[in-house]
Design a protein around this ligand. Structure first.
Ligand SMILES: [Zn+2]
Length: 348
């Protein structure tokens, strides 16, 4: 595809959580989390329990719209909604389809809600993939799963010819992941975060670096350059503005290594096209030119003007063409109010 000086293919977010788009403005947790595990327990694991399919539909539409408006045309999503598992991946896929954004999704299996919860999560991955859905098999993280569940997820993924999408060593609580995933992980797996992985961990797969999320959760710096694995960039649910995430990845690296250039972080961004090759067929015209890592690392507020997905318009002058952006924002606001009310009523 011929690209002009202000154009790129569609950008790829290699790790997103469409379910978290309504979280902004949510009620404060019952007490202030003081560690990564408490952030999970008091914020995210309460939020995911409160989700129903109507909330998911509009959360996904809002997240997909924001991705499109940021020039991201392909999202690799990791989903959890333990009280609305069955059918959830199709709700997300339909929402992205309506907006026009490409989606690869997976249900994050976990034993946090007992063996029935893990079984239902595996079944949802199996159902979605069997129905022809574009996805992977999701696992929340090794530290919330039994060995049997990890093996079942790996086997299900192999049966469908896809990889496993799993959080790995995001915080110190998951340090045992290396031993437990050894022998299971393959090149098609996505290992999310890897902050606390040893340099020579030996796990196969692409490591997805999420610098903003890692800083927000105070889990430390992953130092992706120390790994032999391919590295890609994700947002971990904080939007899908991949040029922003690239610039952050660069400056975070630079903080630790004064000789670092933006080329490494740019290469992590481009790994997204190995994971989601169809995005190369999409075209984004940006508000800045030329597209060059050394310039974009120091240029704030670059906007996607026009986006074509598979040759068809999806954004013109920054406005979505296939959906009514105002309606999506209004409906998402209504569903966020329902979500916040449910969180207010939750005991713990
Ligand atoms: Zn995540």
């Amino acid at each position: 595809m011929e690209l002009s000086a202000n154009e790129t293919p569609g950008l790829v977010c290699a790790h997103h959580h469409l379910y978290s788009a309504l979280a902004r403005g949510m009620p404060a947790p019952p007490r202030t989390p003081t560690s990564f595990i408490e952030i999970l327990e008091l914020v995210w694991w309460r939020l995911d329990r409160a989700l129903d399919l109507a909330m998911l539909e509009w959360s996904a539409k809002l997240a997909a719209l924001e991705a499109l408006e940021s020039g991201c045309t392909a999202i690799i999503d990791h989903h959890e909604s333990p009280n609305a598992i069955e059918g959830s991946l199709s709700v997300l896929a339909d929402a992205c389809d309506e907006v026009g954004v490409r989606l690869n999704t997976a249900y994050g299996v976990t034993d946090r809600h007992g063996p029935d919860g893990a079984t239902a999560g595996l079944a949802e991955n199996d159902r979605f993939l069997s129905d022809g859905g574009r996805g992977m098999v999701g696992v929340h993280a090794a530290f919330t799963c039994t060995d049997d569940t990890l093996v079942a997820a790996a086997e299900l993924a192999a049966r469908h010819g896809v990889g496993v999408h799993i959080h790995v060593a995001e915080g110190p609580d998951d340090i045992g992941a290396v031993e437990r995933l050894a022998g299971l992980a393959t090149d098609s797996w996505l290992l999310i975060h890897g902050v606390h992985l040893p340099d020579d961990h030996g796990l196969a797969g692409t490591i997805v670096h999420n610098p903003r999320s890692n800083m927000n959760n105070a889990v430390g710096y992953a130092r992706p350059t120390r790994f032999a694995n391919p590295i890609a960039l994700g947002t971990d649910g904080i939007g899908a503005a991949m040029l922003d995430e690239f610039a952050l990845a660069y400056v975070k690296q630079r903080e630790h290594e004064v000789t670092a250039s933006p080329d490494a972080a740019w290469s992590w961004l481009t790994t997204g096209w190995d994971l989601f090759p169809e995005a190369r067929h999409d075209r984004v015209a940006w508000s800045y030119e030329p597209i060059d890592p050394w310039r974009l690392a120091f240029t704030t507020g670059v906007r996607a003007l026009d986006v074509d997905i598979d040759g068809q318009p999806a954004l013109r002058n920054g406005v979505a063409t296939r959906v009514d952006a105002d309606e999506i924002r209004a409906k998402a606001t209504e569903q966020a109010a329902r979500l916040f009310a449910a969180l207010d009523e939750m005991e713990t």
